[in-house]
Design a binder for this molecule. Structure first.
Ligand code: GDP
Ligand code: MG
Length: 295
């Protein structure tokens, strides 16, 4: 039994590419997700990690849109996407790289009106002059309504305990939402698919809709080599052409970046081939869902 003061809630992590969201999440949860969180259309959120402590369960979710944005203006569809995915979250973490708080952050803050927000100043290990931090924080507090501002280094593991303490304060009293036996380590197939998917969004965020999926067709371990065949599944031929790019350049970059991250993650050489397939209405097709591992 958990005491009345147990807290749990859904937390959105938002921030521009490369600010360190994935690094932070990996530090905090180390790849633990809920096996029930993988169905694509049952929820607006993609749950990316869960941390259960004695008195708190933190459930982290991805927000489509903003975090895949480059520096250009948010268009209306993406705005809607961010707003929708933030509805119903209990708290949001806005992650920034050092003291880089720009127009993009101001804009996304305007969309994040309904939930308590925490600003995470990441990469403080890189700051040459730490004396600037305090005035910076004061300045942000005077302009925006953050519940807390926490400087951290995800990479160097600095102040992550403080961040979790501050975050806990924002969560409602609640019993754990996910029972312990539903929480699992992501397996390598799943992680491989997620990495390819992430690269698609990172390179094409504004041009492809969120409903892209990745299927791992083959995953073979040979001595110190992983031989992986993945398919990116899209709805329309036009999307396929965009992902492939001129002379296949885009797809090549997606595959090469995904492979490099897989090699780091799995600690072995990876031989990766990626195909793009058109499957109309894939999200409604039970057989496809089954193959994708969602059912
Ligand atoms: P994301 O796009 O927001 O998910 O960012 P990533 O987690 O992929 O990180 C982008 C880059 O920033 C990677 O090269 C990380 O190693 C690096 N990084 C993340 N956190 C820190 C940090 O605390 N300090 C430093 N120096 N680098 C970091
Ligand atoms: Mg990331």
């Amino acid at each position: 039994m958990h005491s009345a003061s147990f807290r749990s809630g859904l937390i959105a992590i938002v921030g521009r590419p490369n600010v360190g969201k994935s690094t932070l999440l990996n530090r905090i949860v180390g790849g633990k997700i809920s096996i029930t969180s993988r169905k694509p259309q049952t929820t607006r959120y993609r749950i990316t990690g869960i941390l259960t402590q004695d008195d708190t369960q933190f459930i982290f979710a991805d927000t489509p849109g903003f975090q895949e944005q480059h520096n250009s203006a948010l268009n209306q569809a993406l705005n809607r996407c961010v707003v929708q995915s933030l509805q119903g979250v209990d708290a949001a973490l806005l992650v920034i790289d050092g003291m880089q708080f720009s127009e993009a952050e101001r804009r996304v803050l305007k969309l994040m009106t309904d939930c308590p927000k925490l600003l995470v100043i990441n990469k403080i290990d890189k700051l040459s002059d730490k004396r600037q931090l305090l005035p910076f924080i004061k300045n942000i507090f005077s302009e925006h309504d953050f519940e807390a501002i926490v400087p951290i280094s995800a990479k160097k593991n600095l102040q992550l305990d403080l961040l979790l303490q501050a975050l806990r304060e924002l969560l409602p009293e609640n019993s754990p939402i996910f029972p312990a036996d539903e929480i699992t380590d992501c397996n390598e197939r799943f992680l491989a698919a997620e990495l390819v998917r992430e690269k698609v969004f990172r390179l094409l965020g504004e041009e492809v809709p969120y409903a892209v999926s990745v299927m791992i067709d083959d995953f073979v371990l040979e001595h110190d080599l992983r031989r992986i065949r993945a398919s990116i599944i899209v709805d329309k031929p036009g999307q396929k052409a965009i992902i492939i790019g001129t002379k296949g350049q885009k797809l090549k970059t997606i595959a090469s970046q995904a492979r490099q991250e897989m090699e780091k993650l799995f600690g072995s050489k990876v031989f990766l081939t990626v195909w793009v397939k058109v499957k109309r209405g894939w999200a409604n097709d039970r057989l496809t869902l089954k193959k994708l591992g969602y059912e």
